[in-house]
Design a protein around this ligand. Structure first.
Ligand SMILES: [Zn+2]
Length: 491
């Protein structure tokens, strides 16, 4: 039964997100019980149930979409022989500094060949692709796996955002032609918009990355930058056009219709689910705690009884009745613990539960319940006989409302800049700079270094969708501009 307790939010978030994002993020991770950093191995954290449930739901949505678009799932070993990893030179060079190696086994001591803990699976999959793919009839060949990968990350680690172990999906596809492969790159980008923007409510924009920032071994990299609303961007899924850079060393060949043997054209796509989860909680959350899209919330509705002495039974019975009404349709929980209603409100708001239903003796008298929406705090008095219809309608609209409210306009964050000083100022004010650049090929690398040093942001690349702005000259060297690029600080 209810005891009198203080209404102070002992469990609530105490730091303002706007004032100190980093401290806010750390607190939400701990208090909402998302991850535990006490595992005592840098870059490795335990994901707790509240995060794991949402992450699994995200996986399921992504996997369904990949399969709908013709991908089949598979499961690869997590160890890759060093000789495989060495087959594509740029790839080795790019990944070598980050690989964890297995060098010994049991009591037999050192291994004959070092084994890499997969940092990504190109070099695990493609030797198998060369066995599995025989003819043009096998193409397009589209596979994906959901797994963990390991990279010895030198930068500061932060739960979900950046770790030495992360959880992702990698899709690896083979086509007969370059056109087929490029169409896949576009499908990958389309899937990213469908998942990140429509389902996870994170605004993104795709850039073709400069050559110095592309995936090791790829011809071109297209990466989504999430707009975090803080002037900083975060790289989320990227898709890579590999051309024949891997099919040649790995012998991924097929007999074409004309009877000739040809090398395939490849793509790979890597949505890092754990990172997307981090971006989602960081972007959507507020000073009360988490805000989650309806489908991803581990608990979608919480019922809180308002207990008054002598009326406990009648209230709890009503709560139970409402619980039974929805339990087959939604994830719903009745919080009949001893805490005060106020503490429960704070707690479940912090956990990001989309709807709270309050039921007290007065409500029962008026044949109504109170519904409170987490994302905007709006309160509704709903009569009992309309409850089912109302909840269905609220549930059906929740994610779209959240998305519409939080989808910031990319254009509003942009500042057009023509010289270094104004660009520097814009970056300091948390803007994304749009300017002319001599190129995004390696020859412009020197200009990009100056950008990093003097302007204080990174060249994110060339917009993949329509570019409306044109510039005459490179903002750094003054040479004629060949493209328009965007410069931003990044996480
Ligand atoms: Zn330049």
């Amino acid at each position: 039964m209810a005891k009198k307790k203080k209404e102070t939010p002992i469990t609530g978030i105490t730091v303002s997100k706007d004032e100190d994002f980093s401290a806010w993020y750390t607190e939400i991770i701990e208090k909402a019980e998302l991850a535990d950093i006490r595992y005592n191995l840098k870059g490795f954290v335990c994901y707790r149930p509240w995060a794991t449930i949402s992450i699994r739901k995200m996986y399921r949505k992504y996997e369904e979409l990949l399969e709908k678009n013709g991908h089949l799932p598979l499961t690869m070993p997590s160890l890759i022989p060093e000789s495989n990893l060495m087959l594509e030179a740029d790839h080795v060079e790019g990944f070598a500094p980050e690989v964890f190696w297995v060098t010994e086994a049991g009591s037999s001591g050192p291994l004959n060949e070092r084994l890499a803990l997969r940092p990504t699976s190109e070099t695990a999959l493609y030797p198998m692709y060369s066995i599995w793919i025989r003819s043009y009839k096998d193409l397009p060949f589209k596979r994906y796996q959901s797994c963990q990968v390991w990279r010895y990350e030198g930068k500061m680690t932060r739960p979900f955002f950046r770790g030495r172990e992360f959880h992702w999906i990698e899709a690896h596809d083979v086509f007969a032609t370059e056109e087929g492969a490029m169409a896949q790159v576009h499908e990958d980008m389309e899937m990213t918009y469908q998942m990140l923007q429509d389902e996870f409510c994170i605004p993104i924009i795709f850039f073709q990355r400069p050559k110095w920032d592309k995936f090791a071994g790829s011809v071109n990299t297209y990466a989504a930058d999430a707009l975090m609303g803080s002037g900083k961007v975060l790289q989320l899924p990227s898709t890579h056009y590999l051309g024949q850079n891997f099919s040649k060393p790995f012998n991924v060949k097929f007999i074409d219709k004309d009877g000739k043997e040809k090398y395939g054209y490849q793509t790979c796509y890597g949505p890092a689910i754990s990172r997307i989860y981090g971006a989602m909680i960081a972007y959507l959350g507020d000073d009360k705690g988490l805000i989650l899209p309806f489908d991803l919330a581990p608990v979608q509705i919480v019922i809180i009884p308002i207990l008054i002495k002598g009326k406990e039974t009648i209230v709890l019975e009503k709560c139970d009745e409402v619980l039974k009404k929805f339990k087959d349709k939604y994830t719903i929980k009745l919080d009949d613990s001893d805490d005060s209603p106020g503490s429960k409100f704070y707690y479940w708001e912090m956990k990001g539960v989309p709807f709270r239903i309050e039921i007290g003796p007065k409500d029962i008298q008026k044949k109504q319940v109170v519904i409170v929406k987490r994302h905007d705090g709006k309160k509704y008095f709903v009569s009992e006989n309309k409850l089912e219809k109302q909840i269905d309608e609220f549930a059906g609209n929740y994610t779209r409302e959240l998305k519409e409210k939080r989808l910031i306009d990319f254009e509003e964050q942009i500042e057009l800049c023509y010289e270094r000083d104004s660009a520097k100022e814009a970056i300091e004010q948390g803007k994304i700079v749009c300017c002319g650049f001599c190129s995004i090929d390696m020859k412009a690398y020197r200009c990009a270094e100056v950008v990093e040093k003097e302007i204080g942001g990174l060249v994110r690349g060339k917009r993949v969708d329509e570019e409306k702005h044109e510039f005459a000259s490179c903002i750094i060297c003054g040479e004629p501009a060949t493209c328009t690029v965007y410069i931003a600080k990044s996480y």
